[in-house]
Design a protein around this ligand. Structure first.
Ligand code: NAD
Ligand code: GLY
Length: 367
């Protein structure tokens, strides 16, 4: 088992990564004795994950009073109605402040459950058991919780850290290949913003990674979580460096909202947004043309990501959607761009004509 610690003072916690963790009685005992307060457990999952892993998750918390809430699946259901379903379940059964919520699922279940935990009775404990690659390398770590609003992606939420994260790599065996690739696209972000050698390594091992080689996967998850833990420890509430983790998200969230939640996978929109960010970085003279082409090539050829944005989103629509981006400061858009592969930067002084050129490049991005 590999571990990573997120150092946040009294809110510090550990991530456990490896094969067979959901069946690991010693780990279950350790977490129950040292991490969780005594009390009931409510597992929140969805209709796809429940038949696969709910029994195992319940067994992990054996010895505790444990019930489950099964939500509808999908990004389209990441909304306040889902949070309300959790509140109603807990309130109608009089669950108190000693209850621990457990998120068993991908980023959607994790974000909804974390937000419910942050707000139920002004905050109860929660544990993340991420079951997608994207959730294991990103969304289960760092305490961003929340839901979508019809007017914008992830617009309602709270920073609220879990008590621990249990990333069992065995669960990735049932994940559809499209989801694995979308998760790997999110993985490349860590290399692009912080570690060129890691990006090169990912490109080189893409075939083994898309085939979900278990040893490589555990190493990749640990590397991503270590980078994310360092960034979050430095800037928990995103007043500075944490914004770099949003590479590709300003464009990507706009595409996700414009196309309707769930049409493109989150990781696919982030990859698309990363190609747009690389294109803009090259137009600004930061990223070399050769490296911009490489970013596009690796995402498209090695990880099968879309690299041509939807033709029906106009520049005006992009600008309107991006104006709601959470990184916007006093009406000024801020982008995460690349000085080079391995060095992300926050840019707030992008010329309108350069941004428009990227938004209108279509299938010529990064040429
Ligand atoms: P997801 O949660 O929708 O999961 C993808 C699909 O896989 C779903 O249909 C799900 O039911 C299914 N699934 C989950 N585990 C499975 C398994 N082991 N086997 C088979 N199927 C399985 O999507 P995601 O990519 O995990 O997460 C995307 C969400 O995460 C977005 O809403 C995004 O905004 C959010 N996110 C949050 C953060 C954060 O820091 N909080 C970071 C990145 C992304
Ligand atoms: N996924 C971006 C962040 O956690 O900050």
């Amino acid at each position: 088992m590999l571990t990573v610690d997120v150092e946040l003072g009294v809110r510090s916690y550990s991530l456990f990564i490896g094969s067979g963790l959901l069946g690991d009685a010693a780990l279950a005992h350790k977490i129950s004795a040292e991490t969780l307060r005594p009390g009931k457990v409510v597992i929140v999952t969805n209709e796809v994950v429940a038949p696969l892993y709910l029994a195992q998750a319940k067994a992990f918390f054996a010895g505790r009073d444990c019930e489950a809430i099964v939500l509808a699946d999908g990004e389209a259901h990441k909304d306040l109605a889902a949070v309300s379903t959790i509140y109603e379940f807990l309130l109608s059964r009089k669950y108190d402040r000693h209850t621990t919520l457990v998120a068993l699922g991908g980023g959607v279940v994790g974000d909804i459950t974390g937000f419910a935990a942050a707000t139920y009775l002004r905050g109860i404990d929660f544990v993340q058991i991420p079951t997608t690659l994207l959730a294991q390398v990103d969304s289960s770590v760092g305490g961003k919780t929340g839901v979508n609003h019809p007017l914008g992606k992830n617009m309602i939420g709270a920073f609220y850290q879990p008590r621990c994260v249990i990333a069992d790599t065995d669960v990735l065996s049932t994940l559809p290949p499209r989801e694995i690739k979308a998760g790997l696209a999110e993985v490349t972000k860590y290399g692009l913003i912080r570690d060129r050698a890691f990006f090169d390594w990912l490109a080189e091992h893409a075939a083994a990674l898309t085939a979900c080689d278990p040893t490589l996967m555990a190493e990749v998850i640990q590397t991503c979580c270590r980078i994310k833990a360092e960034v979050v420890a430095e800037d928990e509430c995103e007043t500075g460096v944490r914004a770099l983790l949003n590479l590709g998200h300003t464009f990507g969230h706009a595409i996700e909202t414009a196309t309707g939640y769930g049409t493109w996978l989150h990781g696919e929109t982030v990859a698309m947004g990363t190609v747009m960010a690389a294109d803009l970085s090259a137009r600004l003279g930061w990223l070399s043309a050769e490296d911009a082409r490489r970013v596009r090539r690796v995402l498209e050829e090695n990880f099968g990501m879309p690299v041509v944005p939807p033709a029906d989103i106009t520049t005006e629509r992009y600008l309107d959607l991006m104006a709601s981006d959470k990184k916007t400061e006093r009406g000024k858009l801020r982008f995460i761009l690349l000085r080079e592969i391995g060095q992300g930067v926050v840019a707030s002084d992008v010329e309108a004509n350069q941004l428009e050129a990227t938004l209108e490049a279509g299938d010529r991005l990064c040429e």
